[in-house]
Design a protein around this ligand. Structure first.
Ligand code: AMP
Ligand code: MG
Length: 399
């Protein structure tokens, strides 16, 4: 996909658009909603998926964009569990390692998010995820004993971070980090920061089509418009989000299915069982808006693991965090549930157009028609955010 210089086109049921060129997309970029302004998009294959950087023509600099891609390449080399010489792999092999500042930073962020989510997002699932990866290769499920042994190693409270010494250490052999649920968000944040250091004031950085960092606003004060993919139909979007700057990430079990012995398993693990998450109250896809893509990415994964009401209560307790859940009706149709800081402002090409309440500049989408009022949605929205404070965090199980 070269530069997008166009009038508005949107993604809708049965339609093809430029955005759908993003194979495997969870969030779909409505590139054409970038408006009459000319934009240029460049891509590089990194971290096992595509990184895309979109910058307005007037601010485009090949050097700056290359520098931003290089930042992601460096993170890939440091953090990948697929590379034997990455810091994450060497740390797992040695049990203790002096790491670079970026690795320390993502480890600290990960532990913070693990605590916030009560362990639903757990960066210490390294050994568990390795077992499932091996199972896919062998075509055979992991044994319950092996899974249980790996699961007990996934105790994020036992990781020892020494910021002053720059070291990370594990008390037990076999423990290991896996940043699969947060690394892409962290990478787009760092790439965006690099663009900003170079003076670029407006950009969209995407990794894996599911983690996004938005800088500035297109068309001098307008908003970014991103479509959220239908979790059961890659060709369709279920809604359009109209956004200001910040992070957005989408997770879904259908995002990267793995086949083992003729059955399909999701790639998101429930840390309580060590098995692919199958929540009692299923969340088909979870999209999170947060100030950074790092936070959005980890939280989106956690929302797939958590029971829907608990997940939404967590979101309501976090300042400047919003979420859109796509749940699955018994007839297989999607049902949207959104947090109290989001509201529907009409429709765009037949899709609900959802905007953050606080992003005044994004509220030009027409009259509010409010969210659909299903009983379950009302229950999830029972604790509205207020300007004076938020409801206390829900009591979550320690997983
Ligand atoms: P995402 O696509 O951002 O939801 O991240 C999913 C990836 O993160 C998986 O492919 C695993 O590598 C890893 N992962 C799976 N389950 C979890 C979890 N509960 N917490 C943290 N990382 C996970
Ligand atoms: Mg994630």
């Amino acid at each position: 996909m070269a530069g997008t210089r166009s009038t508005r086109r949107t993604v809708g049921p049965g339609r093809k658009s430029a955005a759908l060129l993003l194979a495997g997309a969870l969030s779909l970029i409505l590139a054409d909603a970038l408006g009459a302004q000319g934009f240029r998009t460049r891509m590089r294959f990194q971290m096992g998926s595509l990184t895309e950087i979109t910058v307005p023509d007037g601010q485009y600099s090949a050097q700056s964009v290359s520098r931003a891609f290089d930042v992601v390449d460096r993170l890939d080399r440091l953090l990948s569990t697929y590379k034997a010489d990455s810091e994450v792999s060497r740390l797992a092999a040695l049990g203790k390692l002096r790491v670079s500042p970026e690795t320390m930073e993502i480890a600290e962020a990960s532990l913070r998010l693990a605590r916030i989510t009560g362990g639903a997002f757990n960066p210490m699932l390294g050994p568990v995820i390795a077992l499932w990866r091996q199972a896919e290769e062998l075509g055979r499920l992991p044994s319950p004993e092996a899974l249980e042994a790996a699961r007990t190693l996934a105790d994020f409270e036992r990781v020892e971070l020494d910021r002053a010494a720059g070291t990370i250490a594990f008390p037990v052999r076999g423990m290991g980090l896996n940043f699969g649920a947060i690394g892409k968000g962290f990478a787009v944040d760092k790439a965006a920061a690099s663009l900003q250091r170079d003076g670029i004031r407006m950009a969209l950085v995407t990794s894996g089509t599911s983690s996004h960092r938005l800088i500035g606003r297109p068309r001098g004060g307008a908003c970014w418009e991103l479509g959220i993919r239908h979790p059961g139909d890659a060709e369709r979007a279920v809604t359009v989000l109209r956004l200001g700057p910040g992070g957005l990430a989408t997770s879904a079990q259908s995002g990267r299915p793995r086949e083992i012995g003729g059955r399909i398993y999701g790639h998101i693990v429930d840390p309580r069982t060590g098995r692919p998450a199958e929540p009692r109250s299923p969340v088909w896809s979870a999209s999170v808006l947060a100030p950074t893509a790092t936070d959005a990415d980890a939280l989106a994964t956690a929302l797939i693991v958590m029971e829907a009401a608990d997940g939404m209560a967590l979101v309501e307790s976090l300042p400047r965090v919003e979420a859109l859940l796509v749940r699955r009706n018994p007839d297989g149709s999607p049902r949207l549930v959104w947090s109290s800081g989001l509201t529907q402002r009409g429709t765009l090409d037949g899709l609900p157009l959802i905007v953050p309440v606080t992003e005044i500049g994004c509220m030009d989408g027409g009259a509010s028609s409010g969210p659909a009022g299903a009983a379950g949605e009302q229950a999830l929205r029972a604790q509205p955010k207020t300007q004076t404070g938020r409801p206390p965090p829900p009591a979550l199980n320690r997983w």
